[in-house]
Design a protein. Structure first.
Lengths: 170, 324
C-alpha cells in the first residue's frame, strides 16, 4: 500500500518534467554518427567501388537480405549486382562489421518508407554513394597485394617485393 | 412537476444534462490520453485541432464509420443489448447527482443513494451479458471476472456508505451535501471514503482493477468481439462511469458544491475533476493485481474494515451526545 502511494507520487511528479520525445516530422531527433540506418555502398578515395564481392556481408546477414554476384575486370573484383531488401533488413550492422574493405556502411538515415514493398529492394545504383563514407582515406587496392592495372605485385603500401623462388640469392 | 406546463423544462433539463455528459465523457478520452502522455514524459495526442482537442471528433467519426459487426457465432439479441445496458445504467445513475442546489436532473430523489447503488449493480449485467453473448472464451472469462469483481466490490461500496448515511440520516443526496456544510465526511469517514473510491474503481473496471479487460491476459476481455459504435458505447459508458464515481465521491465525502469564494457549480466541477484526474493518475502509476490477490484483498481486508467502520461510527453516534 505504501509503495503504491509512493509510485503514485513519483508518477505525479512526472507531470512537471520535460518531454523525452520530440515532435518528429517538425523536429528531427539527434542521430549519432554511428546510428545504424539506411545501408550504403561507398567508394574509395579514387572514386572506384570499394566492394570486392567477398560475400561476407551476405553470409553475416541474419535475415538473408543481401544478395550479390561477383564479377571480375582486369584483376579487380566487382559485384555484378548488389541487392539489399530493406523490407527484410533489421539494421543490425553485422554486414558493416563483416566487410573487409569498409565498402558497406550504415548511415544515420531512417526515412525510407514506401507505399509499395517492392520499392524497398535497393539495387546497386541505389546503394552506391559518391564518397568514401566514414573512412575517407582507406583504399583496399592500395594496401593489398593484388596486382591490378597500374600497380603490380610489391608496389602496395608497406609491401615488400615478392621473393623470386627460382633464385638462390636472398 | 406534475402539471403539464412544467414537462418542457424537465425534458430540456434531461436532454441538456445528457448532452453535456456525453460531451464531457468524449472530451475525457482526450484529457486522459493527454494526461497519460504527460505522466509518461511525452506530449500525447496534440495534432488534431488546438492542443489535439479535435482528436475526440476524429475518434468519434472513426468509431461511427466502422463496420458494425456481429460475429456469426454470437447471440445477436443479447450482443446488441449489452452495450446499451452499459450506457443506460451509468446515465440513469448520474441523474440523481445534484451538481448544485438547482442543477441536476432528479437531485432531490429521496432514495438517491440507493438508486445509484441499484444502477451500478445493474451495470454488472452489461459486462456479463457481453462476455456471455460473444460466445468466445476470452470474453466469457472476462465476463465471469467482471461478475465476481463487480458483485463483490458492490458489497464494500454499499457498506462503506452506511457510515455516511448514519451521519447524515438520509438517503437523499442533496440532504447529504447539506449535512456536510460544516465538516466534509472525508474527515470522520476517511476509511469509508478510501473504500468507496476503491469500490468505484472496481465498479467502473478501470486500471488498476481492469481485470475484466486485462489486455495482457484476455485480449480485451468482455468486449473482445465488439467493434464500431457498440465498442464506443462501452467506452463512453466507462468514461461516464468515471465521472459518475468521481461525482458521487464529491457528493458523499467532499461536501458537493460547498466551498468558499467560487460559485457552487465551479466547486463541484473542481472536486469532480480532481477525482477524474486521480483516476487517470492511478492508471498511469499502478500495475494490475493478480485476480486471486484482488479478490482476497476485497474479502479479507476491505470487508472487515468496512464492518469495523460501521461499528465504530455507530458506537460513536450512540455514545457521543451530539446533534447527529
Amino acid at each position: 500500500m505504501l509503495s503504491s502511494m509512493r509510485t503514485l507520487w513519483y508518477t505525479f511528479l512526472h507531470l512537471f518534467q520535460r518531454n523525452v520525445t520530440v515532435s518528429y516530422p517538425e523536429q528531427m531527433p539527434y542521430l549519432a554518427p554511428r546510428y545504424r540506418g539506411r545501408i550504403v555502398l561507398t567508394r574509395d578515395p579514387d572514386g572506384e567501388e570499394r566492394c570486392v564481392s567477398c560475400y561476407l556481408c551476405a553470409v553475416a546477414c541474419p535475415v538473408d537480405c543481401i544478395s550479390l554476384q561477383k564479377t571480375e575486370d582486369e584483376g579487380r573484383w566487382y559485384p555484378e549486382f548488389f541487392r539489399i531488401n530493406f523490407s527484410r533488413c533489421i539494421f543490425c550492422g553485422f554486414c558493416e562489421e563483416a566487410c573487409p574493405t569498409y565498402a558497406i556502411q550504415l548511415t544515420p538515415d531512417f526515412e525510407m518508407s514506401e507505399y509499395n514493398r517492392q520499392n524497398l529492394v535497393y539495387e546497386k545504383q541505389d546503394l552506391l554513394i559518391s564518397g568514401p563514407g566514414k573512412y575517407p582515406d582507406y583504399n583496399f587496392y592500395r594496401v593489398s597485394g593484388l596486382a591490378i592495372p597500374g600497380k603490380d605485385k610489391g608496389e602496395a603500401e608497406n609491401e615488400r617485393q615478392p621473393i623470386d623462388i627460382r633464385s638462390l640469392m636472398p | 412537476m406534475n402539471h403539464p406546463g412544467s414537462i418542457i423544462p424537465g425534458l430540456l433539463n434531461i436532454v441538456l444534462g445528457l448532452a453535456f455528459l456525453m460531451a464531457a465523457a468524449a472530451l475525457l478520452t482526450w484529457v486522459e490520453r493527454r494526461l497519460l502522455g504527460f505522466f509518461q514524459d511525452r506530449p500525447g495526442p496534440n495534432r488534431a485541432g488546438p492542443f489535439g482537442s479535435l482528436q475526440v471528433v476524429a475518434d468519434g467519426i472513426k468509431l461511427l464509420f466502422k463496420q458494425d459487426w456481429i460475429p456469426p457465432f454470437a447471440d445477436p439479441a443479447v450482443f446488441v443489448l449489452a452495450p446499451a445496458i452499459a450506457m443506460v445504467t451509468v446515465m440513469l445513475a448520474i441523474a440523481v447527482i445534484p451538481a448544485t442546489p438547482v442543477i441536476g436532473i432528479i437531485g432531490n430523489l429521496n432514495v438517491g443513494l440507493l438508486f445509484f447503488l441499484a444502477m451500478s449493480g445493474l451495470g454488472v449485467y452489461s459486462v456479463v451479458l457481453a462476455g456471455w453473448s460473444s460466445n468466445n472464451k476470452f470474453s466469457l472469462l472476462g465476463g465471469m471476472r467482471a461478475a465476481a469483481q463487480m458483485v463483490s466490490y458492490e458489497v464494500f461500496m454499499g457498506l462503506s456508505l452506511v457510515g455516511v448515511v448514519m451521519l447524515s440520516g438520509s438517503f437523499n443526496l442533496t440532504d447529504i451535501i447539506h449535512s456536510q456544510r460544516h465538516l466534509w465526511y472525508v474527515v470522520p469517514q476517511f476509511i469509508g471514503f478510501v473504500i468507496f473510491f476503491m469500490g468505484g474503481i472496481a465498479e467502473t473496471h478501470r486500471l488498476p482493477f481492469d481485470l475484466p479487460e486485462g489486455e495482457s491476459e484476455l485480449g480485451a476481455g468482455f468486449h473482445t468481439e465488439y467493434s464500431g459504435m457498440k465498442f464506443g458505447m462501452f467506452f463512453v459508458g466507462e468514461y461516464i462511469g468515471i465521472i459518475l464515481v468521481s461525482a458521487m465521491t464529491t457528493v458523499l465525502f467532499l461536501g458537493g458544491w460547498y466551498g468558499p469564494f467560487l460559485p457552487p457549480f465551479m466547486w463541484f466541477g473542481i472536486k469532480t475533476g480532481f477525482f477524474v484526474a486521480f483516476f487517470i493518475l492511478l492508471r498511469a502509476a499502478l500495475p494490475r493485481p493478480r485476480y486471486d490477490q484482488f479478490m482476497s484483498f476485497g474479502w479479507k481486508l476491505l470487508l472487515p474494515l468496512t464492518l469495523l467502520n460501521i461499528l465504530v461510527t455507530g458506537a460513536l453516534i450512540l455514545g457521543l451526545p451530539g446533534p447527529s
